[in-house]
Design a protein around this ligand. Sequence first.
Ligand SMILES: Nc1ncnc2c1ncn2[C@@H]1O[C@H](COP(=O)(O)OP(=O)(O)OP(=O)(O)O)[C@@H](O)[C@H]1O
Length: 302
Amino acid sequence: MALLEVKNVTKQYGHKKVMDSVTFNVEAGHIVGLIGPNGAGKSTTMRAITGLMSYTSGNIQFDGQPITFEQHTALDKVGNLIEYPAIYPNLTALDHLKLYAMDTPSPANFDDLMRRTQIDGENFGKRKAKKFSLGMKQRLGIAIALIRNPKMVILDEPMNGLDPQSVHDLRELIRSLADEGVAFLISSHLLDELQKLVDDVVIINDGKIIKTSPIAAVFEHDQVHYQLVTNDNILAMPILVDQGWQVEDENGQLLITGPTGPQDIITVLNQHNLTIEGLNTVQANLEQSLLELLSTNDTEGK
Ligand SMILES: Nc1ncnc2c1ncn2[C@@H]1O[C@H](COP(=O)(O)OP(=O)(O)OP(=O)(O)O)[C@@H](O)[C@H]1O
């Protein structure tokens, strides 16, 4: 049984279904990205899972126990950071951890938590929260989400307001916790960052799940592209086309999609005495794949 099971959950506001039979699982130790355009239903889904909101039908189970607006003992083992954390300006980071740990019989070790979330680094532990930057508040929010040694953590846009180094550190923290068995459900608009982190994706659009799959499978139908510049692109183009590659001229660079790898491109150009001035692989990109999926979905829906 998966750690989190969301089955046919529908949430209706009046006649509008903002969650329409939403179904997906999160396994222990997996990092799952919940992605979709603005207004797709990501926050609503996270709010339903964390018992913050009632839902119209369907069911949600965590660790075999139901989660509803009224019933959420199972949530003792779920940490979350949804929107902004409740932070009190006159308390220090350490005060916050003590406060949030008050009703927890065996909270995480505060020093360990502050070290892992890098709150201790510049003595933030002793500084009042009113002096914190947005990034610092975000780190404190994540530390609070971890205070109960959760089995799963739900993070809505956790990278907002963080500088690139902090995003990198957060990624490392999430990965190390996942290696210890903690599951994560994360939404983010920073798809490049999410792509580096998640094991699985759940793609939602207009309240409906349009894909759930391992991240690698999102790219499996994407062909690899190469960007090429030669000393004579006009000559190179038909030579490559003859060999079965699709070639487009994009502002002086040839964008190549084809049956075989770069070694064959190099060989055939060498045979024609063409000089390669640049050859790069264009990585598969979650943002592009998401846009393609959404456009296919739109067409199918019509
Ligand atoms: N209280 C509410 N009453 C009516 N409609 C609502 C309410 N809360 C959310 N919605 C609608 O539900 C839909 C989903 O909103 P939600 O905030 O879950 O989307 P999201 O995917 O998190 O978007 P974003 O990326 O912009 O945060 C939107 O159309 C929103 O307008």
